[in-house]
Design a protein around this ligand. Structure first.
Ligand SMILES: Nc1nc2c(c(=O)[nH]1)N[C@H]1C(S)=C(S)[C@@H](COP(=O)(O)O)O[C@H]1N2
Ligand SMILES: [Mo]
Length: 529
């Protein structure tokens, strides 16, 4: 039979199988569809060389990219399955079945997988293989064309009823698969809803009540002028707070069942419920959180007011072994972060087990019901969301999620600064030009920001920027503003910050992996007369 028909049969059957599997996944538990499962495993097993891609934007953009990549590979495998099945259906069946088995294995090995999770992948496998056999059989019954390219009785090929049935069935299967798959993606809730949503509302109400009873040590208020008009707001709205997570499916952690275990090299293990946490002294703290993969001038940095309990005294209560130099925290999704004990156990650093953000319970995407926040450490080695375990161990013994994938061990946060306005290639009227931006060096703080103007003659002239006030006791970024008098012409604007220790931000350009990026942010602008 024709190889083209075998390829068509395999593609159509695979689409139907994948679509059916995705629908089954939606019915069972969003995220357990075979495509989601494989995409999630791809991210989890990404080798160091491409790890950067996964970190930089595990936001929505890269999720879509990973899923699209999985679909392209799936289509190629299906085409191959058809191409090798010109004679018999067997090779293609095995290839499709093997692909299905991979998805089943992926579902079985996902961290926190439920017993039923492999079911949607099994459905996909069965549907694809069965459909492929049916279509292949149908295609084999299409009469071979004569030397003239007609049916044996002389009529044109397209009048073959079997051929029509084959084409119609293939089209129906393919279209059905696409509709089912798209429908499942469309119908999938973007966040764990229902029960978890209610639990979140309940926790917010409890935090409100505790605040009302004066049981939460309030953070200083944000001084007026902490942000400049036209610049970035001091407080990042929760909806705009940057987001990095390796899990394609957000963990749905029920706070009633949630436990935090403190274990490893400790004198006594601790296990806390959420009630235990809320009984401890609660504090609020303004913290700027940054991602190590933030590019120079990038926006993987945000600031909010976290509510939680101090981590240092909590861990001290477990009696950590002084030899344990690493605090390895684990998420419900299997992700891990290794922080230096010296920093986490230092009460002055103010590491938190946070349950709230911007006055409400943590949103699911930011770690509900609890996460870690360690001022001055990049998120990849400290900010474990959906945290369930804290193990005292050593860096020699255990490597965290991103260490294994080639990222550097935790280091101090680089001093960074960014121009927020004017925008890139902006055309601004001549006269006073207001340049605004932000700078951060947690926990050292920012003592100075300078704006450089690189004129047509190539000389950079630096001018001191005005620094905005920041809330007392915070470990945050600092907004700045600089008004320059620029005659018409083309300019490159630069900015550089000096941290609280008096060290000037390095201008040496370095891209993120394996550590944080360095270098000065710049903008080309035109001043028009
Ligand atoms: N469970 C889990 N926690 C995680 C991550 C993750 O992928 N999974 N990403 C970390 C990284 S790299 C950063 S920068 C911060 C980002 O926190 P946010 O998403 O709340 O901004 O979370 C950290 N905590
Ligand atoms: Mo990160």
């Amino acid at each position: 039979m024709s190889r083209r028909r075998a390829v068509l049969a395999a593609l159509a059957a695979t689409a139907l199988g994948a679509g059916a599997g995705q629908l089954a996944g939606l019915a069972l538990d969003p995220g357990t569809g075979p495509v989601d499962v494989v995409a999630e495993r791809v991210v989890a097993l990404t080798p160091p060389a491409v790890a950067e891609l996964a970190t930089v934007g595990a936001g929505l953009g890269s999720r879509t990219t990973v899923v699209a990549g999985v679909l392209v590979v799936l289509a190629l495998v299906a085409a191959l399955a058809g191409a090798v099945s010109g004679r018999s259906e067997r090779p293609g069946m095995w290839l499709l079945a093997g692909t299905g088995v991979l998805a089943v294995l992926g579902a079985l090995t996902a961290p926190g997988a439920g017993q039923l999770d492999p079911l949607p992948s099994a459905v996909a496998l069965l549907v694809a293989v069965t459909m492929f056999r049916r279509l292949h059989r149908l295609a084999r019954r299409i009469p071979a064309p004569t030397a003239q390219g007609t049916l044996p009785d002389g009529r044109p090929m397209r009048e073959s009823l079997t051929r029509r049935r084959f084409l119609r069935s293939s089209a129906l299967a393919g279209a059905g698969g696409i509709v089912a798959g798209t429908g499942a993606a469309w119908g999938a809730p973007r966040l764990p809803s229902g029960r978890i949503g209610e639990a979140r509302t309940a926790l917010t109400a409890r935090l409100d009540a505790l605040a009302g009873e004066g049981r939460i040590a309030r953070a200083a208020t944000v001084p007026a002028g902490a942000g400049f008009p036209g610049g970035t707001a001091f407080t990042t709205p929760v909806a705009d707070f940057y987001r990095i997570d390796t899990a394609l499916r957000l963990p749905a952690v029920d706070p009633d069942g949630w436990r935090l275990r403190v274990h490893g090299m400790v004198e006594r293990e601790l296990e806390l419920t959420l009630d235990d946490v809320l009984r401890r002294p609660l504090v609020e703290r303004w913290v700027t959180l940054a991602c190590v993969s933030n590019e120079v001038g990038g926006d993987l940095v945000s600031t909010t007011r976290f509510t939680g309990i101090e981590l240092a005294p909590l861990l001290a209560a477990a009696g950590p072994d002084p030899a344990a130099d690493q605090v390895l925290s684990t998420s419900a999704d299997g992700w891990t972060a290794g922080s230096p004990s010296q920093i986490v156990l230092d009460p002055a650093r103010g590491a938190l087990l946070a349950v709230g953000m911007d006055g409400a319970a943590l949103p699911v995407e930011h770690g509900f019901p609890a996460r870690l926040v360690v001022p001055g450490l990049y998120g990849y080695v400290s900010a474990t969301k959906w945290v369930t375990g804290i193990e005292l161990t050593t860096f020699a013994q255990r490597q965290d999620y991103w260490r294994v994938r080639g990222w550097a061990p935790p280091g101090p946060m680089e001093t960074a600064s960014r121009i927020d306005a004017p925008g890139p290639y902006a055309r601004v009227p001549a006269g006073p030009v207001t340049v605004t931006g932000t700078a951060f060096a947690v926990p050292r703080g920012i003592s100075r920001v300078e704006v450089g103007v690189d004129g047509d003659d190539g000389n950079v002239v630096w001018t001191d920027a005005e620094l905005a006030p920041v809330p007392a006791g915070g470990v945050t970024w600092r907004m700045w503003r600089c008004v320059l008098d620029l005659p018409p012409g083309g300019y490159t604007l630069w900015c550089r910050a000096t941290d609280g220790d008096g060290a000037v931000q390095t201008g040496q350009v370095r891209s993120p992996l394996p550590g944080a990026a360095t270098g000065w942010d710049s903008r080309s602008v035109t001043v028009v007369g």
